[in-house]
Design a binder for this molecule. Structure first.
Ligand code: SF4
Length: 584
């Protein structure tokens, strides 16, 4: 039975500059119990097609179609279709507790008492893999991690008992380990409920892991369609081949700068938030012109570190040096902050919707107070062209740009004040493979030309491997392993680094469908951190000592590793000249 049937769907926007075609006679369908993928770069029209099906396009959109039907009748999206979006924080109401958000959805779809709705909500959270649903029901969205928020959004989706779930980039903002959990959850939901799943993604890895049939979209048209095997093993269109090539990411960007002068040094920096995440005893240095990577899953403390470096948070203990100067006084911290700029993950949230792109960039310069309005504007135009946008884009508001374009503005805003250190916090993870490659190339060419150091924070080890010279892998707020990126990624010594490398989704069918190692929910991991090795419960190599004490950091040349497998006291004395190798 056909659950969704869309025939010749076209959309055009009426804008101040005339009509703009977004979709051109697009047709696709989903059968009952089937998982179908729509894949394409950002701006290819995937999300517009989904919003048109849901009836959620803005008023200036003109929609025409021969048919949009669900289960053979005209679509009633609010009843039959539910959507899981990429940005779970913005689709949950920040001022309403999780429990109420789910029970309200249940009661809007079904006649039942409050108590019955509450019981059903607990059941749905449990189904979505959230431990201790009673506790979570009493919390606000900001109290949950990214993965848990996405699970909550999925639970709300299930509350509607939809015939079709549309998952629009459901795992884009999540790290590899949580991504694997969510993909598993979506698979299970399709298997256990009567719902069909339509996955919209730029990520060939996600499509390979989930979908049986695939539609490829380019510039508002479907250019290729077929069974996943046909698309992945014998793509016909050049565009599909390019998507697959981009996803495999064969291009490497040789990293430099590792021998430069030390720009920033952290020594034993600790910041804890009671029972919440934090970082403990983190030390590393970043050199001039170097790309240094921080890797780890959500809750590993990467963002806490970025916040400390940008001055948003103050460490509880430890010292930070900038160009050899201890950063303690407010004055030195102020001067330091101007030299460190950040590119955020969420280009939607980091740009002020009330400002045009030009104003957003000009504001960043205004804060420095060194230029006249005319000079500022000239610099804004220069920056826009540097990031591949035109000077006309200066008059557009953030909502008029695609995700990739917004991120270009985010980069231009960070670069406009000529920083010495750029912190990129998951800056590319919301972009499709092609946009990611373009922006990465742009970012790195500017970084090299200007000798800017870059702290690249990401869960994407495949990307980190290509661009950084040195890496620190964090787990549970502690350093697990650090060293030269090439060595760490090609020959991981820490069990967690190995797990993280294995969790990277791959755009080839056999690998994508293999059961990948999955880390459990963060709630469990937080408790483990209190005592013993933070990775203890999950480690296949754990010894007795791992439960009672946390390992220190052992150094072997340029590699540092926090694991008892590398300590003399727990694995026996070494003879002189012993050369340590991976113990896993
Ligand atoms: Fe595993 Fe023990 Fe090493 Fe921790 S210290 S990673 S538990 S072997």
């Amino acid at each position: 039975m056909r659950v969704l049937d869309v025939q010749n769907l076209s959309v055009q926007y009426h804008t101040g500059n005339g009509r703009k075609k977004a979709l051109d006679e697009v047709s696709f369908s989903v059968e009952r119990g089937e998982t179908v993928g729509i894949v394409g770069e950002s701006g290819s029209g995937k999300s517009t097609a989904m919003l048109a099906v849901m009836g959620l396009l803005p008023e200036n959109a003109e929609v025409t179609s021969d048919e949009i039907s669900v289960c053979g009748r005209q679509a009633s999206p609010e009843r039959d279709i539910a959507m899981v979006l990429q940005d779970s924080l913005s689709c949950l109401n920040p001022t309403v507790k999780i429990g109420r958000q789910i029970t309200e959805t249940i009661r809007a779809h079904k006649k039942c008492t409050r108590q019955e709705a509450r019981e059903r909500a607990e059941e749905l959270l449990d189904m979505a893999g959230i431990r201790d649903p009673k506790l979570r029901m009493r919390q606000y969205p900001f109290e949950l991690s990214g993965g848990m928020r996405q699970r909550t959004a999925i639970a709300i989706t299930l509350a509607c008992e939809p015939k079709l779930i549309i998952a629009d980039e459901p795992t884009t903002a999540l790290d590899a380990a949580v991504q694997a959990q969510i993909l598993r959850l979506l698979k299970r939901i399709v298997r256990d409920t009567d719902a069909s799943l339509l996955v919209v993604s730029h990520d060939m890895g996600v499509i390979a892991a989930l979908c049986g049939r695939v539609f490829v979209m380019q510039s508002g048209r479907i250019v290729e369609q077929g069974a996943a095997e046909e698309i992945f093993y014998s793509p016909q269109q050049e565009y599909t081949k390019k998507l697959l090539r981009d996803a495999k990411g064969s291009e490497y960007f040789p990293a430099g700068g590792r021998d430069g002068e030390v720009l920033l040094r952290l020594e034993h920096v600790t910041k804890v938030f009671g029972t919440r995440d934090g970082i403990r005893d983190i030390s590393f240095d970043i050199r001039k012109g170097e790309v240094y990577a921080l890797a780890g899953d959500s809750g590993s403390g990467k963002t806490t570190l970025a916040r400390i470096l940008t001055g948003i948070l103050k460490p509880d203990s430890g010292v930070i040096f900038y160009k050899g100067e201890k950063l303690e006084t407010a004055a030195s911290a102020g001067a330091w902050r101007g030299k460190i700029q950040m590119v955020f993950q969420d280009p939607y949230g980091s740009l002020n919707p009330c400002l045009t792109a030009g104003c957003a960039l000009s504001e960043a310069l205004k804060a420095q107070g060194r230029m006249t309005a005319k000079e500022r504007w000239k610099k804004v135009e220069e920056m826009l062209s540097l990031v591949g946008l035109s000077s006309e884009d200066a008059d557009r508001y953030s909502e008029e740009f695609s995700g990739g374009e917004r991120q270009r503005i985010g980069i231009a805003r960070a670069l406009i004040s000529e920083p010495e250190l750029l912190i990129c916090d998951e800056a590319l993870s919301a972009l499709d493979a092609a946009a990611r490659a373009q922006i990465l190339e742009l970012l790195l060419s500017i970084q090299r030309k200007r000798g800017i150091a870059c702290l690249f924070i990401s869960h994407d080890l495949a990307l980190i491997r290509k661009i950084s010279s040195r890496i620190s892998v964090l787990y549970g707020g502690r350093m697990a392993e650090s060293g030269e990126t090439k060595e760490v990624c090609s020959d991981p010594w820490h069990p967690y680094t190995k797990l993280l490398l294995n969790a990277v989704p791959r755009p080839d069918l056999p690998n994508a469908r293999k059961a990948r190692p999955v880390l459990p929910a963060e709630t469990v991991r937080r408790k483990e951190r209190e005592k013993g090795c933070p990775f203890g419960e999950l480690c296949g190599h754990a010894m007795e000592c791992c439960c009672s004490e946390a390992p220190g950091l052992y150094s072997f040349g340029r590699r540092k590793i926090a694991c008892f497998l590398y300590s003399e006291e727990h694995t026996g004395r070494r003879t002189k000249g012993y050369r340590m190798t991976s113990q896993i």
